[in-house]
Design a protein around this ligand. Structure first.
Ligand code: ZN
Ligand code: ZN
Length: 405
């Protein structure tokens, strides 16, 4: 009897052990590389050496809203390079969710100088420094019909606008990232190379929108081609040079009927803005039919349950190829063999990643001192400050002197 119980117990434990072994063997591993999940979790997937990842960080209209910021697209390449195309109002917040150290987010290409395409440049520029970028911000953008309509003029004045902000940071933090390197190129240049480094070539073509000056961009790397219209009326340059793109992102503004019904535009304004200043969904469909991309991406409309059917119907009336109707946090993984479209899952509690290059200590002697007037207003709570400094020095092994007044 005893033997039977022992044999039974042994069999039982062997069976349990087998179940545990099989469970362990079949437990899913953390996805990375080509083991992708249906949702993109920023910071968890290495790009393959021949892979391009494009993330929609702003797909909406000029007035940013919680669901959609204004224009911004992040392009990440398997060689480690990262590029931003437009940085419209509200998009810097989306960019922060990508968990990328700001040192890598130092190359911005601006298609034109509407606020919904570069309205968050200041947030990336100065916010990026506060969030650990120690490299200058490099910006490429077009010239204009006159000097005052060009990118350089706009950014010179942006720097002037933030004169107080910059002055107050000197001597308080590592400010190397506050330098702006602006490359302005001729907006009329057709398929001109404006960037060529590390096997990546970016070209500019003219775009037709509002006023002379706007451009569209074409990035080519490792046999992959990415085209981005920024804003434009349908034009011959995009139709010629974006042909055969792997990913072609083109504006598809809210249909005139939506502008009239939901945004209360007078019909004449809706037709002008929706089809002459911008490209309507049906015009977008025509452009896609002309260039035949591996994936056509429509953006620049409020993508909701009650707008999407009409947008889709108008595009599909003239284009039957691969299509994505973009919304913020849509992610495209592009390789020679496949284009995967997913949504990213966002961590609302994100903090900036540390600088990959490391910051250098600030020199308090560089500070612009307060006037005697301001200094005379300081109230010195010696007891609590002494405790704070002593606690920090003790915990972190430092010997920072307690301020004396
Ligand atoms: Zn515009
Ligand atoms: Zn726009």
């Amino acid at each position: 009897m005893k033997k039977t119980i022992l044999a039974f117990a042994a069999g039982f434990f062997v069976a349990i052990g087998l179940v545990v072994f099989l469970a362990l063997k079949e437990a899913p591993s953390t996805p990375k590389g080509d083991e992708m999940m249906d949702v993109y979790y920023p910071g968890t997937e290495e790009l393959g050496p021949n892979e391009m990842r494009v993330v929609a960080l702003g797909t909406g209209m000029p007035n940013a809203r919680p669901k959609q910021a204004a224009a911004c697209w992040l392009v990440e390449l398997g060689n480690g390079d990262k590029f931003l195309f437009d940085i419209g109002t509200g998009s810097a917040e989306r960019l922060s969710a990508m968990k990328i150290p700001y040192d890598y987010l130092d190359k911005v290409f601006i298609g034109h100088l509407h606020s919904d395409h570069f309205g968050d440049l200041d947030a990336l520029w100065i916010g990026g420094v506060v969030a650990n970028r120690v490299t200058p911000l490099r910006v490429w953008g077009p010239s204009g019909q006159e000097e005052k309509y060009g990118t350089k003029y706009a950014l010179d004045h942006m720097e002037k606008t933030f004169t107080w902000d910059i002055a107050g940071r000197v001597g308080q933090t590592d400010t190397r990232g506050l330098f702006l390197e602006v490359t302005e190129f001729d907006y009329r240049a057709v398929n001109q190379v404006i960037y060529e480094e590390n096997g990546v070539v970016i070209r500019s073509i003219p775009a037709i929108h509002s006023l002379d000056g706007p451009v569209s961009f074409i990035l080519e790397w490792n046999g992959l081609k990415f085209a981005f219209s920024s804003d434009t009326y349908p034009n011959k340059w995009f139709n010629e040079f974006a042909k055969g793109s792997d990913l072609a992102i083109h504006e598809s503004f809210a249909p005139p009927k939506v502008l009239i019904d939901k945004q209360k535009f007078p019909p004449a304004n809706a037709l002008n803005v929706g089809t002459q200043v911008h490209t309507s969904p049906a015009q977008f469909g025509k452009v896609m039919s002309a260039i035949e991309p591996r994936m056509g991406v429509a953006y620049h409309f409020f993508n909701d349950f009650d707008t999407q059917p009409l947008v889709l119907e108008q595009i599909r009336s003239v284009y039957d190829g691969p299509l994505a109707l973009a919304t913020d946090y849509m992610v495209f993984n592009v390789t020679k063999n496949d284009i995967m479209v997913r949504m990213a899952a966002i961590d609302e509690d994100i903090w900036p990643e540390p600088s990959v290059l490391g910051s250098i200590p600030f020199d308090p002697n560089d500070r612009i001192p307060f006037s005697d007037f301001m200094t005379s207003g300081r109230v010195f709570y010696k007891d609590v400050l002494t405790k704070l400094y002593e606690d920090i020095n003790k915990e972190y092994g430092t010997s920072i002197p307690v301020p004396t007044e």
